[in-house]
Design a protein around this ligand. Structure first.
Ligand code: DGJ
Length: 729
């Protein structure tokens, strides 16, 4: 059992892995937060909660001046009845008031973890893996019922949370805010870490001390976005990569989100996360329910490494699903940067043939194969083959590729519609729009209204038809703009502010139906690169195109930042041509390969232009990757040197049994007369000896970790070096 209820002191004690998360039902019926940190055998609420009378902190019970919600650490706070901090939820009643007051009614604890209806979430494979606690709260006056769900995993320091709202009263309610979680930590000695960026610069690490007031990251773009990832961490004083207490918060959602840290007047910290309340309202008529997405909270006493390892294992094995969850991911060649829209079937076959010679396993035909799409101004929505480019259709092309010994994959951008398309001419109201307002285009396209059932059905049908028409083994599911004029022709006026979330529910439904119907297709999501690299999408598609930026130097920061939360098996990484198409920087094929081999490896250039030497090197890279990929994709990943701190970057992979090791070191700019450098490895077995594969030199595991290996002196800019070790048996 990972969860117990101590009836005498009305205390819930969740023991997730090596952590404890504790709550207490106050005499008032409010739910107080008691403790979250290293695992405790037992704890007393009165040791932790210290009611004191404070000026300007009002008292709901006039006879008890020491009790104010403003000074109490709470689990799912409201606003308006003495707590002035950020509320977790807010509901408007039919009389216009926004006051509700949730009090404890009952609870249940059960083995396992139920599904979240219509939403992506972590799961269990057997009931022994976790317990779930459901706490039912009620606002008597309005009939609003809220069930707070907590799952504690036995194997990981991970607690998942969500809330379900039910209108059990007789009046119409409006949900103005419905976050997934809120927690009050008893001090403010934290740094806030989050992942921010832009297109081609995704998930750069930002880190700084908390200050009085509120710091937040959010998306209002209708997608989790390149700009901010739905993840934040609090690092207690002194915490770093390997030491100290870190609290991670990750939202399993792909739309608008908020994550905020509020430091109050008494220097406590309230961390809350969920759907962004900005431009969100959900109508709850009598009998209706609303389910929030899931937040995954991870505690680590071993710094960021411990936190990342928990997210990696949990997300790889209990968030991702399907045939490819545990299967080696193929080495691929994608034609996008090789040809863009300008290709013929013969050209594609030539690239595929060149790829087959190198040992590449999958050819991916990117944008431009349908409608009349010679550039990005047309045809999204018209998913019929462009016979000018592929006169004998997809089936013929797929067969030509397959005959070369490779699998065939295809690009789609199902969620979009070009104003210049047959679909738009037939259904001009199928896109998100607001009556009488202009429709803002981005990349010449509009967003389909996935809050509408018939649009979702159309997508499932059309994409499925193409997938069934040819031997297609892989799909790249792209999405290349954010939402504007967020309104739906199908929703009544009072429900217009539900559109963005209904879109996400529609998208998840479409993804669920298509991926379930094609279990042997490997799906990779993409949104202008990594604009929707989030746990929500990973539930349906086990890998994501990490960034449109394929420059090896830029990728160091992008892949390093992404690794804070997401497993390596989720990251697509390709070698592209030089000068690089995004940065115009020239790096060696060696370095481009070494960086890309730290993810799901592939190429994205015209392989037919390779010189003999380049072909030889690429052949070696593919062969090496096939040897290493099992533990690159599924082993433990350790960050060694951060690209955000200087010219050097290093990281490494260790197989689950610690017998295989790959350490990767990169240098961006050379320095004159630089010091000699050593690289200390992590995660090895100190009692084993390891042989370096290239040199045959034998080192102790303890030596590699504590004394390190010598790095070669960098000669020139943009250098990389891989070290492979095998345990000596
Ligand atoms: C954006 C993606 O990120 C690229 O890889 C490519 O697929 C283009 N879209 C195609 O339009």
């Amino acid at each position: 059992m990972t969860i117990r209820y101590e009836a005498e002191q009305k205390l819930f004690h969740l023991q997730a892995g090596e952590s404890s998360y504790v709550m207490h039902i106050l005499p008032s019926g409010h739910l107080a937060h008691v403790y979250w940190g290293s695992r405790l055998r037992h704890v007393k609420a009165e040791h932790r909660l210290r009611p004191v009378s404070r000026a300007f902190s009002p008292n709901p019970d006039p006879s008890d001046e020491s009790f104010s919600l403003d000074t109490t650490p709470l689990e799912y706070p409201a606003y308006g009845n003495s707590d002035f901090r950020q509320p977790a939820y807010q509901v408007q009643l039919s009389n216009g008031s926004t006051l509700t007051d949730l009090r404890y009614v009952s609870h249940s604890i059960r083995p396992g973890k139920p599904k979240l209806e219509g939403l992506p979430a972590t799961y269990v494979e057997s009931d022994e893996e976790a317990d779930t606690l459901e706490i039912r709260m009620e606002d008597k006056l309005s009939g609003l019922q809220v069930t707070l769900s907590y799952t504690a995993y036995a194997r990981w320091n991970a607690v998942t949370r969500s809330a379900r709202f039910v209108n059990a009263g007789e009046q119409k309610l409006r949900l103005l805010r419905a976050l997934s979680m809120s927690v009050d930590l008893e001090h403010d000695q934290f740094e806030l870490l989050h992942l921010s960026g832009a297109w081609a610069r995704e998930r750069y690490i930002e880190r700084g001390p908390l200050r009085s007031g509120t710091q937040s990251v959010e998306s209002r773009r209708g997608a989790s976005s390149h700009q901010h990832n739905p993840f934040v961490a609090l690092l207690a004083s002194g915490a770093d990569e390997d030491h100290g207490e870190v609290y991670g918060f990750s939202l399993v959602y792909s739309g608008n989100f908020t994550a905020s840290a509020e430091v109050d007047q008494f220097h406590t910290t309230r961390l809350s996360m969920g759907i962004n309340p900005f431009d969100f309202t959900w109508v709850l008529d009598p009998g209706e329910a609303f389910q929030t997405p899931e937040a995954v909270m991870v505690y680590s006493s071993t710094g960021l490494t411990g936190m990342s390892h928990t997210y990696h294992e949990l997300y790889r094995t209990r968030l991702c699903r399907g045939t490819f969850r545990d299967r080696s991911r193929p080495v691929l060649i994608n034609n996008w940067e090789a040809t863009y829209f300008n290709f013929t079937a013969d050209k594609i076959e030539e690239i595929a043939a060149a790829g087959a010679e190198l040992g590449i396993e999958l050819f991916v035909l990117d944008d431009g194969w349908f409608g009349k799409r010679d550039d990005d101004s047309t045809s999204l929505g018209d998913w019929t083959v462009d016979r000018r480019k592929l006169p004998h259709g997809l089936e013929d092309l797929a067969e030509r590729v397959t005959r070369r010994g490779m699998q065939f994959g295809l690009w789609f951008e199902p969620e979009m519609i070009s104003p210049d398309s047959d679909l738009y001419r037939e259904h001009p109201d199928w896109c998100l729009h607001v009556p009488d307002r202009p429709r803002t285009v981005a990349r010449h396209q509009l967003v389909l209204d996935l809050s509408r059932q018939e649009v979702c059905d159309y997508l499932v049908e059309t994409v499925s038809r193409v997938l069934a028409s040819a031997p297609i083994a892989y799909v790249k599911w792209d999405m290349n703009r954010h939402m504007t004029e967020v309104g739906s022709a199908r929703l009544e006026p009072r429900r217009q502010r539900e559109t963005a979330h209904r879109y996400m529910l529609g998208l998840y439904d479409v993804m669920e139906r298509i991926t379930a119907s094609f279990p042997n297709v490997l799906f990779e999501s993409c949104s202008g690169g990594g604009g929707r690299f989030d746990p929500g999408i990973l539930h349906y598609m086990p890998q994501t195109w990490t960034s449109d930026n394929t420059d090896a130097v830029s990728r160091l920061k992008i892949q390093y930042g992404t690794s804070l939360v997401y497993p390596v098996s989720a990251m697509g990484a390709h070698v592209s041509a030089v000068p690089n198409h995004q940065l115009h920087r020239t790096t060696s094929l060696q370095m481009r390969g070494d960086v890309a081999m730290s993810g799901n490896f592939g190429y994205e250039l015209d392989l037919t232009t390779f010189s003999t030497e380049e072909r030889e090197l690429a052949k070696r890279q593919v062969a090496d990757y096939k040897e290493l990929r099992e533990f690159v994709q599924y082993g433990r990943f350790y960050r060694l040197i951060s690209p955000f701190e200087g010219q050097d970057t290093a990281w490494m992979f260790v197989s689950p049994d610690q017998s295989e090791v790959l350490a990767c070191s990169f240098r961006v700019l050379a320095e004159p007369n630089a010091p000699l450098q050593r690289l200390r490895l992590k995660g090895l077995n100190p009692s084993l000896d390891y042989r370096e594969v290239d040199t045959g030199e034998v080192y102790g595991g303890d030596e590699l970790m504590h004394a390190g290996i010598s790095l070669p002196r960098a000669k020139g800019d943009f250098q990389s070096c891989l070290f492979s070790f095998r345990a000596v048996v």
